[in-house]
Design a protein around this ligand. Structure first.
Ligand code: ADP
Ligand code: MG
Length: 262
């Protein structure tokens, strides 16, 4: 478990990267128990692009937090890249989180008094990467999301879509195998949402596994597989028929000015 994350690359015999069995999560609020997850069993292969859908309160965020090792299940098994996450120490978990997983949230979660470049460098501060390499990696990640010309901008000098792209660059900077995105387009207008989906599709094309929570069918249609949660259980799980390519959709969408002018 002290192995470098890279040494697991390609070592998965059946390509399964996320494997959960009978996952349950009960939150205890004083006397009251909230059953957020009531037995989730599913597996996700490397290179998949999965949309997780379902009504508010159905357990989507709880599931994502467990997958991201931000929280532990009450019961059940979680194998991440064939490693039983339940067995790991806090330090080992933090290592895995840092090296295998990138997070993107609805509210971007950028530091406001910090440039795009510095925001993207943040995850590297926990490793022993030198300042120069940190900057190189952060610039490369920003270029990957099309923000090479905005690296010194502060969040309030960027549009919502651009801020979300900075957040995606931050998620990418450690070269994760998996990106977990919890309603990443929830605060964005429709064209900007599709632009963000275009980036996720491009990243997925390079082999990164993506799990994305959304409540919009239009957004889920960009994923390869759609899982619907209801009351902490999987209600349906199917392959997207006629998957949309964001690039194509954008060609037929009206342009909106990508600035912060409401
Ligand atoms: P979703 O993301 O699908 O809206 P959540 O996973 O956030 O659903 O929540 C599932 C259920 O668990 C809800 O009933 C919610 O109120 C409850 N819940 C979520 N987080 C907590 C928490 N930290 N403490 C107590 N209850 C929680
Ligand atoms: Mg949620």
């Amino acid at each position: 478990m002290t192995k470098e994350s890279g040494s697991f690359m390609g070592s998965t015999p059946n390509g399964v990267i996320i494997d959960v069995h009978h996952l349950t999560k009960v939150y205890k609020l004083g006397e009251i128990e909230v059953h957020a997850l009531r037995g989730i069993t599913l597996s996700i292969k490397q290179g998949e692009f999965v949309a997780i859908m379902g009504a508010s309160g159905s357990g989507k965020s709880t599931f994502m937090n467990i997958l991201g090792c931000l929280d532990k299940p009450t019961k059940g098994l979680y194998l991440l890249d064939h490693i039983d996450v339940g067995d790991l120490s806090r330090d080992a978990l933090a290592q895995i989180r840092n090296h295998k997983i990138g997070f993107v949230f609805q509210g971007f979660n950028l530091l406001s008094r910090t440039s795009a470049l510095e925001n993207v460098e943040l995850p590297l501060l926990y490793s022993d990467t030198s300042g120069r390499i940190r900057e190189e990696k952060a610039v490369a990640a920003l270029e990957r999301v099309g923000l090479g010309d905005r690296i010194h901008h502060y969040p309030n000098q960027l549009s919502g879509g651009q801020q979300q792209r900075v957040a995606i660059a931050r998620a990418l900077v450690n070269d994760p195998r998996i990106i977990l995105a919890d309603e990443p387009t929830g605060n964005l207008d429709s064209r900007t949402s599709v632009e963000v989906m275009e980036i996720f599709q491009q990243l997925n094309d390079t082999g990164i596994t993506i799990l994305l929570v959304t409540h919009e069918m239009d957004i889920a249609a960009f994923a390869k597989r759609q899982i619907i949660f209801r009351d902490g259980k999987v209600r349906s799980d199917k392959i997207t028929t006629k998957r949309k390519r964001a690039k194509k959709v954008l060609e037929n969408m009206p342009m909106i000015d990508d600035e912060d002018d409401e």
